[in-house]
Design a protein around this ligand. Structure first.
Ligand code: ADP
Length: 670
């Protein structure tokens, strides 16, 4: 085994590789750019070498600098991770010339899979099934069109040099062909500098099922089952799972054996993935082979109990595969969700910023988190904005899926927009739960994932309102209990406003539409309940708030919500998805004398300057009630409507926590 390896990568995959190397007693060398000088992977490695400015083409993509770092530190091997230099044949060749082991396949295998059409030729010879199509050298539009006409539309044009979902174009009928062909060639030329095209039958409801293979230098080859990566956005994987659902033992074995044939056809060594399209009738077709460790490898590790990075190191060091096919056992079901800094509501636009809060679910045998960032780190513009991979395991798909949605609801990230809501909505959507999935899943289920249903929303609004009221009351109670006045009546929590009905008027917004919600506390014997009014609808609500968990009963329907509240943004994680609301606070940024509207809770941390009313006063709408000072500015809080002051919870000079209730107020009956 190697004494020391260099990891030519960053982020979560660099950290992932370092973990296994440590476990195996192998020393590690990290490389880093300016943006990463304090990154997690740098801290985890035994040594780290600076390789250049932040843009990856000036650092992580410079093979010579990486190799120089390996020579300088005496690293015997380089693990390229995925992306960057991992499928770069020149880099692989230079490593060999410098006597450094490239932890990956032989250069010939990388080259063989570098072109989609060359790869197809090889697979055809090896009897691996291909999507019907044409991948020949004659590139005239007449020849390619004839192939399309012969197999029937729709067809898919692909740039042979393409990758990452780019350079593909669907053509739905003969009339569209010429225009589509010209456009696809233009796109391929500008993206890859090569406009060679192939054409394939376009499958309308395929699944993306890929097989993990492993080969050593001693003629051994195994497959570690399959992953289903059908859920994609713009041909990028979103949630992956292993094993694939609705997969028979027979089909698994057939696909596994085909994958091994593919790998052997190119003299493969190490970890590889053979991607197939699986059609509705159970036919499967070779798509491509990825000659590296994949992002989604953890789901395979969870169901096989094997450490694939350890296997990679062993194979690269010349050892035989740790297990034979017969020894490999598939156990349970795993999902991986890719948590990204991106705005799913804005066409998945990447987001950047500082991770001011980063709390993850607790890791266990059921929950694994692969990440390269810590709280306080920056998601920069320079690299892939992936924050983490959340991986869950349980004994079957149903249980594992429950683990996934629970873990997603427990993630707390502030400072950067993330796709967690999107992932949660997807994972809890009926067709996903019911395995009604193909590569068009996200487009087809757009409404479910983005919750455009007004009635559904109306049912969730009272829960958000109830949460706000309960947390306001909790805060008010806590600040009263912590006051220094030993005679404060609020030290006796039991007596807390026992007979004081009061109401709140809240404004909650969803997708920029504002809803006014009136919440009135009522009593029935010793039980408190709340009457929530929205437009003309009325809801009888009860709730118990315990940290982030709210048990609610709305009109006799009891259910659970996990709540993530970040400043004024409230996310309700419900069994049917996430619902986001913004609590619109009145504008307090103005001085006394202007016409701002007041509310009854403190809009920020501050000091009470003066209290202008006392219990029992009747007040009219917009009448100043209290003045607070914060950030050297005075803010007047005014009556939201005509009403009565039931209690005043603070006096001049008191420190007030943001969100604390300042006054108990009830609106006059209309
Ligand atoms: P890339 O190398 O750019 O990732 P692939 O050939 O691997 O391109 O295809 C990416 C995705 O495009 C697949 O996962 C699948 O969703 C879709 N796809 C590819 N070929 C076909 C086809 N013939 N019919 C339908 N969908 C396809």
């Amino acid at each position: 085994m190697f004494n020391k390896i260099l990891i030519a990568n960053r982020g979560e995959i660099a950290c992932r590789i370092i973990k296994t190397a440590k476990k195996m007693g192998v020393l590690t060398v990290a490389v880093y750019s300016d943006a990463d000088k304090d990154a997690l992977h740098v801290h985890m490695a035994d040594e780290a070498i600076y390789i250049g400015p932040s843009p990856s083409r000036e650092s992580y993509l410079l093979g010579d600098k990486v190799i120089a770092a390996a020579i300088k530190t005496g690293a015997q091997a380089i693990h390229p991770g995925y992306g960057f230099l991992s499928e770069n044949a020149d880099f692989c060749r230079t490593c060999a010339a410098k006597n450094i082991t490239f932890i990956g396949p032989p250069v010939g295998a990388i080259e063989a899979m570098g072109s989609k059409s060359a790869a197809k030729n090889i697979m055809e010879k090896a009897n691996v099934p291909l999507v019907p199509g044409y991948h020949g050298e004659d590139q005239s539009s007449a020849v390619i069109k004839k192939a399309a006409d012969d197999m029937g539309y729709p067809v898919l044009l692909k740039a042979t040099a393409g990758g990452g979902g780019k350079g593909m174009r669907q053509v739905w009928n003969e009339q569209e062909f010429e225009e589509g062909f010209a456009a696809a060639k233009r796109e391929a030329l500008s993206s890859f500098g090569d406009d060679t095209m192939l054409v394939e039958k376009y499958l309308t409801q395929p699944r993306h099922v890929e097989i993990q293979v492993f080969c050593d230098n001693h003629q051994n080859a195994v497959y570690l089952f399959e992953r289903d990566c059908s859920v994609q956005r713009r041909h990028q994987k979103v949630i992956e799972e292993a094993p694939a659902f609705k997969m028979s033992e027979e089909l698994r074995a057939k696909m596994g054996e085909s994958a091994i044939k593919s790998a052997q056809a190119i003299g493969y060594q190490g970890a590889g993935t053979v991607e197939f399209l699986l059609d509705v009738d159970g036919s499967f077709y070779f798509m491509e082979m990825n000659t590296r460790l994949q992002v989604e490898h953890p789901v395979t590790e969870m169901i096989s109990g094997q450490d694939l990075v350890e296997w990679q190191l062993r194979v690269a060091a010349g050892e035989v595969l740790p297990k034979t096919q017969q020894q490999l056992v598939l156990n349970g079901h795993a999902f991986e969700a890719r948590i990204y800094a991106e705005d799913a509501n804005n066409d998945f636009l990447p987001a950047t910023g500082k991770l001011s809060l980063l709390q993850t679910p607790v890791e266990s045998e059921h929950v694994r988190i692969d990440t390269g960032v810590r709280q306080g780190d920056e998601v920069s513009v320079y690299y892939d904005p992936m924050i983490a991979k959340l991986i869950v395991w349980d004994e079957n798909r149903e249980k594992a899926l429950k683990r996934l949605s629970k873990a997603l609801s427990e993630y707390r990230i502030n400072g950067v927009t993330t796709n967690i809501d999107f992932l949660y909505n997807l994972a809890t959507s009926k067709p996903f739960v019911e395995e009604d999935i193909d590569t068009g899943f996200i487009e087809k289920n757009n409404d479910l994932i983005f919750h455009d249903n007004a009635q559904e929303l109306l049912n969730e609004l009272p829960i958000a309102a109830l949460y706000l009221v309960l947390s306001i009351e909790k805060k008010a109670l806590q600040s009263a209990l912590h006051s220094n006045d030993p005679y404060s009546p609020w030290h006796n929590a039991n007596a807390w406003r026992l007979n004081e009905p009061h109401s709140h008027v809240l404004v909650l917004a969803h997708n920029d539409v504002e809803y006014t919600v009136e919440v009135e506390q009522k009593r029935q014997g010793n039980d408190a309940y709340y009457l929530v009014k929205i437009n003309s609808e009325q809801f009888d609500c009860q709730g118990t708030l315990d940290d982030d968990n709210l048990v609610v009963n709305i009109n006799g329907h009891r259910s659970l919500a996990t709540i993530n509240c970040n400043e004024n943004n409230i996310s309700l994680y419900r069994a049917n998805g996430v619902f986001n609301f913004t609590h619109i606070l009145p504008d307090f940024g103005q001085h006394e004398g202007d016409d701002s509207h007041g509310g009854l809770t403190a809009p920020m941390n501050g000091t009470m300057v003066s209290v202008l009313v006392e219990a029992g006063d009747t007040v009219s709408k917009d009448q100043p009630l209290v003045i607070m000072e914060a950030m050297k500015m005075e803010h007047t809080i005014k009556a939201p409507s005509d009403g009565t002051i039931n209690e005043v919870f603070f006096q001049a000079g008191d420190m007030v926590d943001g969100g604390a209730e300042l006054l108990a107020f009830s609106t006059s009956e209309e």
